[in-house]
Design a protein around this ligand. Sequence first.
Ligand SMILES: Nc1ncnc2c1ncn2[C@@H]1O[C@H](COP(=O)(O)OP(=O)(O)OP(=O)(O)O)[C@@H](O)[C@H]1O
Length: 262
Amino acid sequence: MDVCLQNVGKIWPDGTPVLDSVDLSIASGEGVVLLGANGCGKSTLLRCMLGLESISRGEIRMGEVSLTRARGGELRRLRSRIGSVFQQFNLVNNLSVFQNVLFGRLGNDGLLRSLNLTCSATTRDRAMHCLERVGLAHLAQRRTDHLSGGQQQRVAIARMLMQDARLVFADEPVASLDPRAGREVMDLLFEIVHEHRLTVVCVLHQLELASEYADRLVGLKNGRVVLDGKPSGISPEALAELYVGEDLADDTDAMGGVYAYQ
Ligand SMILES: Nc1ncnc2c1ncn2[C@@H]1O[C@H](COP(=O)(O)OP(=O)(O)OP(=O)(O)O)[C@@H](O)[C@H]1O
């Protein structure tokens, strides 16, 4: 599914602007990594694309549907096609791995079925298949908070598979993981994205990972798109420029990420 942002702007209720005239067209099946210093607006942009934040100006379209204008059933259907993978996993800790994967069907099947209380054998088989795909079938009945960070992120990916999402928005999916687990999660996420020809927008702070996995890099600075192109066409200086003029601690974070993954 393709995504189109036209002249998107957002101003916080206290009057502070966070996104300014963002224009982006993302083709179906394209893998975009969003880069930029701490506080430049990456997560806010992703949250707007997830429909979790409203925008103050412009329009966001996904396929034929305007996220900005859709209401009721149309909005629910659209949201059910959007998967998310967050830094903090966003799983229900005291439920089993299997139940968390069933939650991928929440938008389609409702709460009772998603909790495994009334779901069909076909749905249960499908959930197990999703867990097998991420290598966690043997942990299906374990409580989610008894898994490692890397395993929890795999559960989030299995939930996204279960959802049959066409779009995936990932916000720093490896930020809480050590370099090895982080790479494993990126490999798995992008393998699945390619297998299912999903469109993905992923926020990363690790420039090396970004260049390796992205079809296209988009850089934000102060809420504006200031860089957009294939990784091979973007110079290290242009990438470094994204972080110039920002807080020193922010730069250190971003560049530290590069070295951590080398
Ligand atoms: N709900 C909110 N109300 C007001 N300001 C907010 C809110 N959420 C975020 N902000 C501010 O908006 C700006 C952009 O935040 P955002 O989280 O999008 O940045 P980011 O680029 O994702 O940063 P990071 O890399 O640190 O995650 C920041 O200055 C932040 O303090």
